[in-house]
Design a binder for this molecule. Sequence first.
Ligand code: PLP
Length: 400
Amino acid sequence: MDFEFSDNLKNVKSSEIRDLLKYIRLPGMISFGGGMPNPESFPSKEIKNILDDIIDNHSSSALQYGETDGLIYLRDELKNYLLKDENMHVNPDNMIITTGSQQALYALSKIFANPNDYVITEAPTYVGMLSSLNANSVRSVSVNMDSDGMIIEDLESKLKMLKSMGIKPKFIYTIPTFQNPAGYTMTLDRRKHLLELAYQYGIPVIEDNPYGDLRYSGSKLPALKSLDTNDIVTYLGTFSKVMAPGLRTGFTVSQPEVIHRFNMLKQSLDLTGDSLSQYIAYEYLKRGIIYDQIPKTINIYRRKRDIMLESLDDNMENAEWSRPDGGMFLWLKLNGKIDSSKMLKRAIDNKVAYVTGSAFYYNNPEINTMRLNFTYSQDDEIKEGIKRLAKTVNDEMKSY
Ligand SMILES: Cc1ncc(COP(=O)(O)O)c(C=O)c1O
């Protein structure tokens, strides 16, 4: 029998990153493609101790269904953490624990926008946001970026253009710190300016901040949420990069009406997040393990970032790249003649993989770009992988 499917997923494309996995498993392949934290950074021993205690002392609630908004002890600890870490004053009632921050991207797309509505995203932007928008049939207008983050003049001109067409975008989505995929960080001036424009046009802002704690150089900048005097910023955090992504635990802070709607939607998505993971995250914060773990992770990733940048400096021609102060990715722009999608086959033949930049654009991709992850590979693999990539680029250039 042929099934008749709904139109709901007609705009959703399979992720190029997931598709890449089949190459990554080929023997000898060095992949800069995935976005995965390094297992070396996982606090396995600490989690084992916590888990033993939870099973011994709290199994009746940790193995039970929980509240839809999430474990109140965890939300209380997050309140303290956000105050200490981000100088953010948060009421735990204005927070919902999510199944990773990915769930929040899906939920917020649905909560704020109707099918065919417009939102604003950065170009390039996080591919998981693009899938959430597509799954909800929401359209996007893209704002260009440079190494100082979203270009505010471009944002302003896009807002004006939309207004002249009678269109009010439903939100502005930004990853202001160590952006995925580009590794760029928005300057303080631009952060303030973005908020002013959002106030002026009356548009909510979604600030996605999975990488903010992973800073390897430069000084910390305030989150948009902590600068927001009008309560229009919805803030997304996650334990994926500072504990372990497999626990699928994140959090969203917003106005009560947003949290209320999120709660109703979450009841249809998964009733409640994973109680056991929430207990682990709670103990992880309460025992202060996170404050030891972040510097350990930073040390590993800073070294890997430096190795990748040095290897690029030593080997790569016909390209320029971002020099991120944190996070997990850098963004490489090849000579304008090269299409990184077309080059991927040559790269795979040379046993090196990357994600083609076009995966990160809602439309009009810059086809000569790629994202490189520097956190996952072993140190010597990074050196060797960049040599292979440089050779791939040189050979590709000769073919033009
Ligand atoms: C910018 C951004 N947002 C959200 C996510 C989703 O993270 P998680 O669902 O693991 O919290 C990621 C993951 O890589 C990301 O890079």
